[in-house]
Design a protein around this ligand. Structure first.
Ligand SMILES: *Cc1c(COP(=O)(O)O)cnc(C)c1O
Length: 397
C-alpha cells in the first residue's frame, strides 16, 4: 500500500479514537446537562493506590540484575529488609501472595482457615487446583478470629486413612471481610498453643499486616513472631503497582522458590518492582495511620446520623482502613452504592457541587469502603457531605 494512503488511514483512525475518548470523558465527568467538574471519591478498594512520584523515580534509577540468578541487588535488598522486619530467616518477592502453597509438601494435606478468609473465598480455589491442598474452614467470628473450640475439634487424626493430614492453621490480619479487623497478639498466642500441641505450622495472611501493626502501635515482628510463615501484599494500602513478600525459614523459602518457578512467577530485572516496595516500607507505612483516621471520620459521620438512618456502622469494628456499613429498611447495598455514585439535580442545587462517592456492595446488606493514600482530607470531607445528603434524602423517602 502507498505510504501516504496508509498515513491518512492511521491519522483518521487516531482522530476517531481520540474524539471517541474525549466523548467518553465528558460522559463520565458530567452526569447531567451542566458541565461542572465532578469530584469522584473512589473508596472501593485500596488496590486503587497509585505509585508515588518517588516510587516511579526509584523504578527508573535503581540497580538491576537477573533475579532468577539471584543477582538483582534491589530485590536482594528488599528481601533482606523484609526478613528482618518480619523477624524471619528469609523472604521472597512474589508477583502475588496467591503463590503461597509451599507449606504442604504434597497432596492429601489440609489447611485449617476461616470460612470468611480471602484465600478461601477469593483465590479460585488455587491451593486445591495447583497444590492438591484441602482447605477446611472454621467459623470466622465477626472480629476476624476463629472459634478455638471448633478449630481444635477440626484437627484430624493423621493416622486415619479417611482423612487428609492437617498441616497448617492460617489466620488473616487485618481481616478484610470482617471490616479490617485487627487480630491481637494474645489471641495469636492461644492459636499457637493449639498448633504446638498438635504439631501444626501457622501461616499468616498478612496482606494488610502493616495496617494491623499500625493499629496496634507495635512493630510487625510482634505480630509475626508466632507464625512460621507470612505473606504480605504491597499493592494494597502500601501503594505499589505490584508485588508481595513471603517470609519464613530458609527451608520454607527454598520450597517457595520452586513453587514460584513452577507457577510462572520467576522474574528477571524484578528490581523495577522491588524498588517501589522499598520506598513503601519507608515512606508509606508511616502514613497508614492517616488512612485509619480518615476511615474513622467517615464512619463516625454515618454513626452520628442516628437510629433512623438506612446505614449503620458499629464503631467498635472500625479499626483500620476498611469499614463495613450495613444497610436496612429494605434498601440493598447495591442501591445504596448506586445512589452514592449519582448526582441528582436537586442535590447539585443543595450542595453546590457534584460529588460521586464509589463504595463496594460487599454482600446484599453490607457496603464496604476503604481509605488509602490518594484519599485526601478534601475527599474525606466531600464524602461526608455526600453521605449526609443521601442519608437525609433516604430518611425523607
Ligand atoms: C489482596 C489480598 C490477598 C492477596 O494479595 P496478593 O496481592 O495476591 O498478594 C490476600 N489476602 C487478603 C486479605 C487480601 O486482601
Amino acid at each position: 500500500m502507498d505510504g501516504r494512503i496508509l498515513g491518512k488511514i492511521v491519522s483518521r483512525i487516531t482522530r476517531t479514537l481520540l474524539s471517541a475518548e474525549s466523548k467518553n470523558i465528558s460522559r463520565i465527568r458530567s452526569s447531567s446537562c451542566h458541565d461542572d467538574p465532578v469530584h469522584v471519591v473512589n473508596l472501593r478498594s485500596d488496590t486503587f493506590t497509585m505509585p508515588t512520584p518517588s516510587m516511579k523515580q526509584a523504578m527508573v534509577t535503581t540497580d538491576l540484575g537477573d533475579d532468577v540468578y539471584g543477582e538483582d541487588p534491589t530485590v536482594n535488598k528488599l528481601q533482606e529488609e523484609c526478613a528482618a522486619l518480619l523477624g524471619k530467616e528469609a523472604a521472597l518477592l512474589v508477583p502475588t501472595g496467591t503463590m503461597v502453597l509451599s507449606h504442604c509438601q504434597g497432596h492429601f494435606q489440609e489447611v485449617l482457615l476461616g470460612d470468611q478468609c480471602h484465600i478461601h473465598l477469593y483465590e479460585v480455589g488455587g491451593m486445591s487446583a495447583l497444590a492438591g491442598i484441602h482447605p477446611r474452614s472454621v467459623t470466622n467470628k465477626p472480629d476476624g478470629t476463629l472459634d478455638l473450640a471448633e478449630l481444635s475439634r477440626k484437627i484430624r487424626n493423621r493416622y486415619d486413612p479417611h482423612y487428609p493430614w492437617t498441616r497448617v492453621i492460617c489466620l488473616e490480619n487485618t481481616h478484610n471481610k470482617c471490616g479490617g479487623a485487627v487480630i491481637s497478639p494474645d489471641y495469636i498466642n492461644q492459636v499457637r498453643q493449639i498448633a504446638d500441641a498438635n504439631d501444626l505450622v501457622m501461616h499468616l495472611d498478612g496482606a494488610r499486616l502493616m495496617n494491623a501493626a499500625t493499629a496496634l502501635g507495635v512493630p510487625p515482628s510482634h505480630i509475626t513472631s508466632q507464625f512460621d510463615s507470612i505473606s504480605m501484599c504491597f499493592s494494597k494500602g502500601l501503594s505499589c503497582p505490584v508485588g508481595s513478600i513471603l517470609a519464613g525459614s530458609q527451608e520454607f523459602i527454598q520450597r517457595a522458590l520452586w513453587a514460584r518457578k513452577a507457577l510462572g512467577g520467576g522474574m528477571r530485572q524484578a528490581g523495577i518492582i522491588a524498588a517501589p516496595m522499598l520506598i513503601a516500607l519507608h515512606e508509606i507505612v508511616p502514613l497508614l495511620k492517616e488512612d485509619h483516621m480518615r476511615a474513622r471520620k467517615i464512619a463516625q459521620a454515618v454513626a452520628d446520623f442516628g437510629d433512623s438512618s438506612v446505614l449503620t456502622v458499629d464503631m467498635d469494628c472500625v479499626q483500620t482502613n476498611i469499614v463495613m456499613l450495613h444497610v436496612r429498611h429494605s434498601t440493598t447495598s447495591r442501591q445504596m452504592c448506586e445512589r452514592l455514585s449519582q448526582v441528582t439535580d436537586e442535590e447539585l442545587l443543595a450542595l453546590g457541587e457534584r460529588i460521586q462517592v464509589q463504595m463496594l456492595p460487599f454482600t446484599d446488606t453490607a457496603v464496604r469502603f476503604v481509605t488509602y493514600q490518594g484519599i485526601t482530607d478534601v475527599d474525606t470531607n466531600k464524602t461526608i457531605k455526600k453521605l449526609k445528603y443521601v442519608l437525609a434524602e433516604k430518611a425523607r423517602a
